[in-house]
Ligand binder design. Structure first.
Ligand code: ZN
Length: 460
């Protein structure tokens, strides 16, 4: 069995409160998944990831990139190490993408045929070939709980005809991904025997012994494409639903299009996707975006934005009372400021963002820790946040670390931003379960206070 998806409440706007049971644990949804491109969420170690967020429950699932891990250190090496969970010592759920997005955005000299894609590595120029079968084979070797069908990502903007042809290729590849997965899913490297055989006895420790994977398999999601055309999105969703995947992703969005187009494409697709299976929008977004899509009925999302912004000194925080209505704030996110989410650690920088100082949305303000005004600011990043960083460090110290290019600054910024994203989703889940906004905020505060009592006061 792959996954079990239990919906416990549905809101009038379509948002779902659910539990996603997968082999390495249960994920409470809607959920935001931090991106761990090269088997690491950049600058944040695994045991910290297990405790970020208000309740201290940490990230329940993270994402890793097939393309990057295939090139370095190689999927066969990771298979020999007992799979990605053991290799990176992350006992909780993992998701891998198919590598398609990176092949189309990072790799050089691509040659696309119905058979697959030939490309050259962005690292050393070496030649490689990815077919749907090969992508699934690599993802089985990595052993994430959820894996993705291999798809073609069309360039943006693209004509209707070009998008339709690309979508046709994605559907053919989806069927081949599914067939290969059905025949090979038992080859996943999860057993204790494979860890011991790999010559790493500590990997067969109690952290793993308690997990039973008997009769458990990975789950395969299909990816809806169709560019910015509602009719193609609907057709793509219908075709993939006919193929009967374990869950469905909506790909090819947040690539520079206006946000109302993103929202429209998601809404048209959600109408077609079955209500009893998980739905995943790849590569979004800002805090107010993930909240909005969760309320529409999206169950999982991922984005490099919180960690990438953190490494640029850009921190998300809740607006202060009155801040939203002042003349200077909020400035809604202008398209020119919006880098989209170049989903999977693509090469696009934070253009616009790094120049921007503070931008407010309904649920988040973005602050630039480099600004001189924080040089002697004794407050935490966000006085309402009780993440590991806000309960201990001042803006002044974080600014100093960033200006002095100290690596710890990048780590602390990343921990706070990820906590902000996870807390946003905790609040949305509480509201979808029936709490009012005020009750949800109070509940979040209670879980913070409870967690506070378990954390040692550094001055005691
Ligand atoms: Zn914080």
């Amino acid at each position: 069995m792959g996954l079990r998806f239990e919906v416990s409440a549905t809101s009038p706007t379509g948002g779902r409160r659910a539990a996603l049971h997968i082999p390495h644990g249960t994920v409470q949804t809607p959920v935001f998944m931090p991106v761990g491109t090269a088997a690491t969420v950049k600058t944040v170690q695994q045991d910290t990831l297990e405790h970020i967020g208000a309740s201290g429950a940490g990230a329940e699932i993270i994402l890793a990139n097939t393309y990057h891990l295939y090139l370095r250190p190689g999927h066969q090496l990771i298979r020999r190490m007992g799979g990605l969970h053991r290799f990176m010592s992350w006992p909780r759920p993992l998701l891998t993408d198919s590598g398609g997005f990176q092949v189309f955005s990072l790799a050089k000299l691509r040659k696309i045929t119905p058979a697959g894609v030939e490309f050259r590595s962005h690292l050393d120029g070496s030649k490689h070939f990815f077919s749907p079968e090969h992508s699934i084979d690599v993802q089985i070797a990595l052993g994430a709980d959820i894996i993705m069908a291999f798809d073609e990502c069309v360039e943006t903007p693209a004509t209707w005809e070009r998008t339709r042809d690309s979508m046709g290729l994605t559907h053919a590849w989806a069927a081949r991904s599914l067939a290969y997965f059905a025949a090979h899913k038992h080859e996943v490297p999860w057993s204790i025997e494979s860890a011991t055989k790999a010559g790493a006895p500590h990997l067969a420790s109690e952290m793993w012994d308690t997990q039973s994977f008997e009769n458990r398999t990975q789950s395969l999601f299909g990816i809806v494409q169709g560019g910015m055309y509602a009719d193609l999105r609907r057709e793509s969703a219908e075709r993939l639903v006919e193929m009967d995947f374990d869950g469905y992703a909506i790909g090819g969005l947040a690539v520079g299009e206006p946000r109302d187009v993103t929202r429209e494409m998601i809404a048209r697709t959600l109408e077609i996707l079955p209500r009893d299976k998980p739905r995943y929008v790849m590569g979004v977004g800002y805090p107010d975006e993930i909240e909005e899509y969760a309320r529409m009925g999206v169950d999982t999302m991922d984005c490099v934005l919180p960690t990438r912004a953190a490494r640029h000194g850009l921190l998300f925080r809740a607006p202060e009372p009155g801040e939203e209505s002042s003349t200077d704030q909020p400035r809604t996110l202008k398209k020119a400021d919006d880098p989209g989410c170049p989903t999977h650690a693509g090469p696009i920088g934070m253009s616009g963002m790094s120049e921007e100082t503070e931008t407010a949305s309904r649920t988040a303000v973005r602050m630039n820790i480099k600004r001189l005004e924080y040089a002697e600011d004794q407050r935490p990043i966000d006085p309402t946040c009780s993440c590991l960083v806000c309960r201990r460090y001042t803006r002044a110290y974080l600014r100093h670390l960033f200006m002095a290019k100290e690596p710890l600054g990048l780590t602390l910024n990343s921990i706070h931003n990820l906590s902000f994203y996870l807390d946003t989703m905790s609040r949305v889940r509480a509201e979808l379960a029936g709490l009012s906004r005020e009750q949800a905020a109070a509940w979040l505060k209670d879980s913070r206070d409870e967690f506070d009592q378990t954390v040692r006061d550094p001055w005691a």
